[in-house]
Design a binder for this molecule. Sequence first.
Ligand SMILES: [Zn+2]
Length: 276
Amino acid sequence: MPPIPESLVSNAIPMKWPTSKFEGESPGIEVVIAQELLIWLDNENPTDYVSDYDNIIVDLMRTWDEEIPSLNFFKYDLAPVPNKDYSNRLKYFDEPMGIYSSTEWFQDVSLNALAIAQFSGDYVNRGTSNEYILLDFSTIIINQAFDDLAWDINKSGYQIGYFDLPSIILHELGHFLGLIHETSGQNAVMRATIDTSTKYRNLYPADQNAISYIYGPDFLTLTAERSGPIVSAIAQPKDIDDTESDEENTRVKGFIELLKDGTCNHYVDGKLVYSH
Ligand SMILES: [Zn+2]
């Protein structure tokens, strides 16, 4: 039996999509992408952004997808769409799911967050040691209002002093699929912070272990072996939005920040539930 990835025992409650979403006749999640982000990705030549985003974003999606050959995480017909409301994070809980950006950012999100991943889902095995969240919604929002924002959109490398947008998107795609942060200190795309000297184009062993774990056959078995107090770290009953709650109180929604440095914050229904 493989070891439980450190990120899942020390961080927060596991999350995953139902594997049925990634199997069958038309497997994978359809993901849209904000037109503004595409133009930004190709700011030197906005007219041919389609071919460029195809190279950049699709490669990043495939990097995760190819880790689990039996599942297809994404559909690759990324439709360009207008961005949503720039200052209201909750608007981004509307379909379609995708990779968006905000030029104004959100008052209830850290100013030094480079991006957030928002999610909603249902608790499974609530209150037991093998509790987890079964996702039904995920979306990524890039902070296009970031102070001194100067993403390096170069596919082949990064520039000193610039945050590398493909690295950020690769990290956020990990959240999109349900991964939480790697806190063991190992190298990982899923570490909670990023700096301007970071360039991710491939997964580290810690990332590979984490995605294999949540979509592998040992998921429930290993989940049950985790210790009790840790699994309830992300959300207590008070953190569940009443408007989202059903009779059994299983709904959950929240977001995870990627910060340029410092503490990583996890929020559920606008309330800080976990920092590390
Ligand atoms: Zn993150």
